[in-house]
Unconditional design. Structure first.
Length: 307
């Protein structure tokens, strides 16, 4: 009699598992559908899967090798909703040589933001495929862990592929370890503009923590692409101590530096810069600098009298 009961329980459990798997499959097909008839059901299906947490997470792993962009995006959104309940399944999914699965899994982990995934992601970041390395590093940066994670991320800035370096810089911007500031300043001089602009945004996110080093950069570097970004950072971060240095760049022979000096001068001096900028406008001939003068005057006009 007891054995019959055990058999019945196992049968019911097996049926429940089958039903859950079938339901996850049905909901995922709806959630990832591009058909117009399902348009109102897509988000409810994603939400339903997210609410299922562990039950959905373990079955959706089988979809991570997809090469379909819509399905990949759908998975990242669902795992974002599932959250850390999906971490263990996603970490296990990184144990593969399939580059598609590695990329999609990394994107999902980037949305989960669980620092326990950092070790597995850093291992994936050594993959021979640069697209996998880039996705894994971006996910590391979003997974947390502060200064400890940042220190482990920094060596990847030596990669020969710009998209990998860009992901490294992006991650450091998220982790915000003051120890990474020197590398981010170095990244302003990267050969690829995408890395330089990502480094700029990262430094902006540090806010006051970056002011001293950006100010020092203006005193030590004279390379137009780097200096131009440093000048703009001076205005964006409100580094008033560099105003004497900035005043010199208003008359610099390089239009790039002169233009960004105008932009930052207006941000630092506010309405007090009006007369000087109007005077510069009268004799300026370079189109970039003139556009910066127009932009900066428009910005100043929006300020209240006390700003």
């Amino acid at each position: 009699m007891v054995s019959k009961i055990i058999i019945m329980v196992l049968a019911m459990t097996s049926l429940a598992f089958a039903d859950t798997k079938s339901e996850v499959e049905r909901l995922f097909q709806t959630a990832s559908s591009g058909e117009i008839r399902y348009v109102k059901l897509v988000q409810p299906a994603k939400d339903s899967l997210a609410v299922m947490k562990d039950s959905a997470a373990k079955y959706l792993v089988s979809k991570l090798s997809t090469t379909d962009a819509r399905e990949a995006q759908t998975l990242t959104e669902i795992y974002r909703g599932i959250g850390k309940a999906g971490t263990k399944y996603l970490i296990a999914a990184l144990n593969t040589d399939d580059k598609y699965q590695l990329r999609v899994t990394s994107r999902c982990l980037a949305e989960v933001k669980d620092s326990t995934s950092v070790d597995a992601l850093l291992k994936a970041a050594t993959n021979s495929d640069y697209t996998v390395r880039a996705e894994a590093l971006a996910a590391v940066g979003k997974s947390g862990g502060g200064a400890a994670t940042a220190a482990r991320l920094e060596p990847f800035f030596n990669d020969s592929i710009y998209s990998v370096r860009k992901s490294c810089v992006y991650g450091l911007g998220n982790l915000k370890s003051p120890a990474s500031l020197d590398l981010l300043l170095r990244a302003l001089g990267d050969p690829h503009f995408g890395v330089r602009l990502t480094a700029y945004d990262a430094l902006v996110s540090f806010d006051s923590l970056a002011r001293e080093k950006v100010a020092a950069l203006l005193d030590t570097v004279r390379f137009a692409p780097v200096t131009g970004l440093a000048i703009r950072l001076a205005g964006q971060l409100r580094i008033h101590q560099v105003e004497p240095k900035l005043a010199l760049y208003l008359a610099d022979g390089n239009p790039l530096l002169r233009g960004w000096a105008v932009w930052s001068w207006g941000r630092l001096r506010g309405k007090d810069a009006t007369a000087q900028l109007d005077e510069l406008q009268k004799r300026e001939s370079d189109l970039f600098v003139k556009s910066m003068l127009t932009d900066t005057r428009a910005y100043i006009d929006t300020l209240t009298s006390h700003e």
